[in-house]
Design a binder for this molecule. Structure first.
Ligand code: SF4
Ligand code: SF4
Length: 163
């Protein structure tokens, strides 16, 4: 399953002269030779998202709820695909939005381009769950009544598969 959404073109990083809060500009207003990243707050270096299987069982929802209990972790759904998103700045991101590991950055960062990056995306998804409680409420709305766990039934910790 695993699909990565992540970041970063061979562009602004490693270059000098950025302010900490870059001014906004529309893509279409970029001048020749300018790089879109120079106007961005490094949105693509501040999270990663993994494709996950759509939940079909109570246990699936329960596992997702558990993921979300571990900090800034969200679940979103777009075009029928489910994603787990971890909101966390890359440890190499510098205060001025540049990459502090430009020469050795991962391949996923090297191949990412501004062509269809999230620079001007609105961050709106078909469904977005910010808290475990929201997801659990949704599960109660769409799932049949939850079966009771019998005494002595083993409890297994969930594992992400297919990464
Ligand atoms: S989101 Fe786009 S414009 Fe912003 S840093 Fe990433 S690649 Fe550059
Ligand atoms: S390694 Fe550099 S380009 Fe890649 S996510 Fe981190 S700061 Fe961004």
């Amino acid at each position: 399953m695993a699909e990565f959404q992540q970041s970063r073109e061979s562009s602004n990083h490693g270059k000098e002269g950025q302010s900490e809060v870059p001014p906004r500009i529309r893509r279409e207003d970029l001048k020749e030779g300018e790089v879109l990243c120079s106007y961005c707050t490094a949105k693509c270096c501040r999270y990663f998202a993994l494709g996950i299987d759509a939940p079909t069982k109570w246990n699936d929802f329960d596992n997702m709820r558990w993921y979300m209990m571990h900090g800034p972790v969200c679940i979103f759904v777009d075009d029928g695909c489910w994603f787990l998103m971890v909101i966390a700045d890359c440890q190499h991101l510098l205060p001025d939005q540049r990459c502090g590991a430009y020469e050795t950055r991962p391949q996923i960062c090297r191949v990412y381009t501004t062509d269809n990056c999230e620079y001007d995306e609105d961050g709106v998804y078909d469904q977005y769950f910010e808290t475990p409680e929201q997801l659990w409420e949704y599960a109660h709305a769409v799932m049949p009544p939850r079966p009771r766990r019998t005494v002595g039934e083993p409890v297994h910790l969930p594992l992400l598969t297919g990464i």
